[in-house]
Design a protein around this ligand. Structure first.
Ligand SMILES: Cc1cc2nc3c(=O)[nH]c(=O)nc-3n(C[C@H](O)[C@H](O)[C@H](O)COP(=O)(O)OP(=O)(O)OC[C@H]3O[C@@H](n4cnc5c(N)ncnc54)[C@H](O)[C@@H]3O)c2cc1C
Length: 502
């Protein structure tokens, strides 16, 4: 009899766990509350316009980085979704002026120096910081005591190559992103650089992201979020995995037992869903861990790392605005940054630039002659939307935000008008909370200045058979952490059951 693993959630982490679990010989079943798969990694159609809503770039998309192996093993990256390395990565457009973030660091540096000679010192420092991180990739390690024929190892040369970054690590970790960019005298350069990560992050997150782009990683797999998730699901099902949709896991049922050292412990025996109970030997929880430790057990989890997680999680919240525009915008670049002369307020938060993604060149994304545009407005406004929901103004506020957004964009892209916008969609943190049951609707954790890089254990002391995975396990989260921790959770199951990890 194969041992039964239940996986809570069919996001990227759950699909990753599912693939590795069946490969390693377990009877794996994913239980998803929603009628579909992908979690945050999703896209949807409105009036023929396809809105990419879960991925702008994929860390690990380059075959040269260790994480690429995981995207391949899980079937996420295949021949049907070749990776596109857009270049320039961002184009700032200010009237006739253009400033681009090129992947080629020398080209980027030359363009910056020509554009803002007054910032020579800052530009050189920025490029040198980016260069120092070019050999820093997400650390891939197997769990201790694992049996596997294909171990992940960090070689001595890889470790040595990371040394230049190590020397800058603490300075950047303790500096805020805003302070780092604030040193640049040229306002346009500041606008371009301020559109890379959310404003509340540390400078390290910014430099790491820039570096990963500059080294040829962080591409966009064609077909976007959905094709990637679909590839993972197909891989899981083809290996014999099972998925059950529209079923919410309400509780994880455990019972007491005495271990061989005569210690009293708990172990998982089943899960309770809104459709009934399912017996199992292990559970991998990929629902946001911050929520799961409070809601998914008979009592709130108070293991050693739980208070730390409750205290430290600051979620990255956003409002996602998507427009279906009846105009061919293929003469505009893919990702545009528009600097605002005067800040604009959206949902009580001010924005000094708009970063717009333009999907005009992607076939099948719009009706003939149309273009989908999307934008994420990153800000801490969960409470604002929660209040709007409670006082009955939620829909009205979403519509008002969309109208204001259209007006703002029309100043930069004249083809965008109230008449040419055939459809718009606005997703708030409440949309994400409802859709994925994530903490305050957040899909990453903010790595703030002067804080450590949190990495939570994926197990609970004295509770056997329960494992956690997903974006919340390691700061800052996102797709790489989701896929990696799904894999790691299965490694822990293998280790605990003395099974070889495949
Ligand atoms: C607009 C946007 C842009 C983004 N861009 C990027 C990007 O460019 N690069 C990047 O790396 N990341 C990006 N992200 C973040 C990334 O998409 C997420 O971090 C990642 O998909 C999280 O995956 P996950 O599996 O950990 O969690 P989730 O996607 O939340 O998956 C959890 C799943 O569990 C299900 N679930 C929850 N509770 C239960 C329950 N009790 N019972 C049953 N099922 C349950 C949920 O429905 C969900 O399907 C973006 C996100 C958004 C919203």
């Amino acid at each position: 009899m194969k041992k039964k693993i239940i996986i809570v959630g069919a996001g990227i982490s759950g699909l990753s766990a599912g693939v590795y679990a069946v490969r390693s010989g377990f009877d794996a079943e994913i239980i998803e509350q929603h009628f579909t798969f992908g979690g945050f990694s999703t896209s949807w159609k409105r009036k023929g316009y396809y809105f990419e809503g879960g991925m702008h770039w994929l860390t690990g998309s380059s075959p040269k980085v260790p994480l690429n192996r995981v995207w391949k093993e899980t079937g996420a990256l295949q021949e049907n979704n070749p990776v596109e390395n857009r270049d320039p990565f961002y184009t700032l457009i200010d009237g006739e002026k253009k400033l681009r973030f090129w992947r080629d660091l020398n080209r980027f540096k030359t363009e910056l120096l020509e554009f803002a000679p007054e910032d020579k010192k800052n530009i050189k420092k920025l490029c040198s910081d980016i260069k120092a991180f070019r050999h820093v990739n997400m650390p891939m390690r197997d769990v201790k005591g694992l049996k596997t024929k294909h171990p992940c190892k960090l070689t001595i040369s890889q470790t040595l190559a990371m040394l230049p970054a190590g020397l800058r690590y603490f300075r950047l970790k303790n500096t805020s992103y805003l302070d780092y960019i604030g040193k640049f005298k040229n306002e346009t350069v500041r606008h371009l650089l301020l559109s890379i990560v959310g404003h509340r992050y540390n400078a390290l997150s910014f430099i790491y992201t820039m570096s990963s782009i500059a080294t040829g990683d962080s591409g966009f797999p064609l077909g976007g979020s959905i094709r990637m998730a679909q590839n993972m699901l197909d891989t899981f099902l083809s290996l014999g995995g099972k998925i059950t949709y529209s079923t919410k896991v309400e509780k994880i049922i455990t019972e007491k037992f005495i271990d061989k050292n005569k210690n009293e412990k708990q172990k998982v025996v089943a899960i309770k869903t809104d459709k009934g109970e399912i017996k199992c030997d292990s559970v991998i929880v990929t629902q946001d861990t911050r929520v799961a430790i409070d809601n998914l057990f008979e009592e709130k989890i108070e293991t050693d790392w739980a208070p730390r997680m409750r205290k430290n999680v600051t979620g990255s919240e956003n409002v996602f605005v998507a427009l279906g525009v009846k105009a061919d915008l293929s003469h505009y670049p893919y990702s545009m940054v528009f600097p605002l002369k005067e800040k604009i307020e959206f949902a009580e938060n001010e924005f000094s630039e708009l970063r717009i993604y333009n999907y005009a060149k992607y076939s099948g994304f719009a009706p003939e002659g149309g273009t989908p545009l999307t934008c994420i407005l990153l800000a801490p406004y969960y409470d604002y939307w929660k209040k709007a929901k409670l006082d009955g103004t939620y829909k009205e506020k979403k519509d008002a935000l969309a109208q204001k957004f259209i007006e703002a964009v029309s100043k930069f892209i004249p083809e965008v008008t109230k008449e040419s916008v055939e459809v718009y969609d606005v997703a708030t943190p409440l949309t994400y909370e409802r859709y994925c049951s994530a903490y305050q609707g957040s899909w990453m954790s903010i790595w703030k200045p002067r804080t450590s890089r949190f990495h939570y254990p994926q197990t609970i002391k004295n509770l056997e058979g329960v494992y956690f995975a997903g974006q919340r396990i390691m700061i800052p989260g996102g797709l790489p952490i989701a896929v990696y921790t799904g894999r790691r959770a299965v490694q822990l199951v293998c280790r605990d059951n003395d099974v070889e990890f495949v």
